[in-house]
Design a protein around this ligand. Structure first.
Ligand SMILES: *Cc1c(COP(=O)(O)O)cnc(C)c1O
Length: 300
């Protein structure tokens, strides 16, 4: 496995005109450059689960996700690296042509088990035969060790430079970690990428407790829901790439950067602000797009 490139996963100042026009500064924390497969926030969310599985001498990690899941890919690659077996429970039937992500999971040695969307959503019955050698990780790395790991995303950042930390929110695990890491020193702004802000908010409250209140979810940038998008979002991602030579993904970071531009233009971020925007990775998800939709390749 390629090593994790921590030296590349650093805050990069943005020079976009939409920032300059409003006298707002911003840096993008390039966690997308950590590793092509264990990219972005996923390694941070997984690290303490893997430590715990190894400490408990488990043999196999079992976890969940969809056919394009960044979490499953990161888990499969981590397990391979640490010599653990892995089982991925996949939402939906086995497609006639497996997605590139599914193919890659298999190549990395992950065993796949497909369950119907209905059964997956119920989650009442155990979805797989789990035995004592197995270590279970929730979908998306949701849970206390995931939050604790996500908090370490800011270890190498000079936080006091920044007035806001801004990130995408799926389960809210990463955002909860950022809230703990900043400990109120600046507001953490989350952009939900699915239409379930109330659920994300409840997750975060549960994970950070009542003493942390300097955070906010800003809805309205879901583009119709999880993994939904329109041509305007692709246009923005292409523009951002042409302007800054930074690739974004269609599910999380494209929506995040679009929101950052709009919020800057609307004076949500006031002149003099200095944003730390988290590029949480996930570029491989762009392979779900029709070829040619983006001006940049998804490196893998
Ligand atoms: C999984 C993921 C997220 C969402 O993280 P949560 O902790 O579930 O909120 C954000 N960005 C990328 C690129 C991801 O892969």
């Amino acid at each position: 496995m390629k090593t994790l490139r921590f030296e590349l996963a650093i805050a990069q100042p943005l020079t976009s005109a939409w920032l300059k026009e409003r006298q707002v500064e911003a840096s993008l924390l390039r966690l997308d450059r950590l590793h092509p497969e264990i990219s972005g926030n996923k390694w941070y969310k997984l690290r303490y689960y893997i430590d715990e599985a190894l400490a408990q001498q488990k043999k196999r990690i079992v976890t969940y996700g969809g056919a394009w899941s960044n979490h499953l890919l990161a888990t499969a690659a981590c397990c391979r690296y640490y010599g653990l077996d892995s089982l991925g429970i996949i939402r939906g039937e086995l497609p006639a042509t497996p997605s590139p992500t599914l193919q890659r999971l298999t190549a990395l040695g992950m065993e796949l088990q497909f369950v119907s969307r209905e059964r997956y959503a119920e989650k009442k019955n155990p979805l797989a035969v789990i035995n004592e050698d197995d270590y279970l990780i929730e979908e998306g790395g949701f849970g206390e060790p995931g939050v604790r790991g996500a908090a370490t995303m800011l270890d190498s950042v000079s936080l006091d430079r920044y007035t806001h930390v801004v990130c995408a929110a799926g389960t809210g695990t990463m955002m909860a970690g950022l809230i703990l890491a900043t400990a109120g020193s600046q507001p953490v702004i989350g952009i939900p990428v699915l239409k379930a802000a109330a659920g994300i908010e409840a997750n975060i409250k549960k994970m950070v407790g009542d003493s942390h209140r300097n955070w906010q979810l800003l809805s309205g940038f879901e583009w119709g829901g999880y993994a939904r998008y329109s041509a305007a979002l692709l246009d923005f991602m292409n523009e951002f790439y042409q302007d800054q030579a930074i690739p974004t993904d269609i599910i999380y970071t494209g929506k995040l950067l679009y929101a950052c531009r709009q919020l800057t233009q609307e004076d949500f971020f006031l002149p003099g602000s200095n944003l730390l925007i988290v590029h949480s990775g996930g570029l491989q998800g762009n392979r779900s797009l029709p070829s040619g939709a983006l001006l940049f390749d998804t490196l893998l």
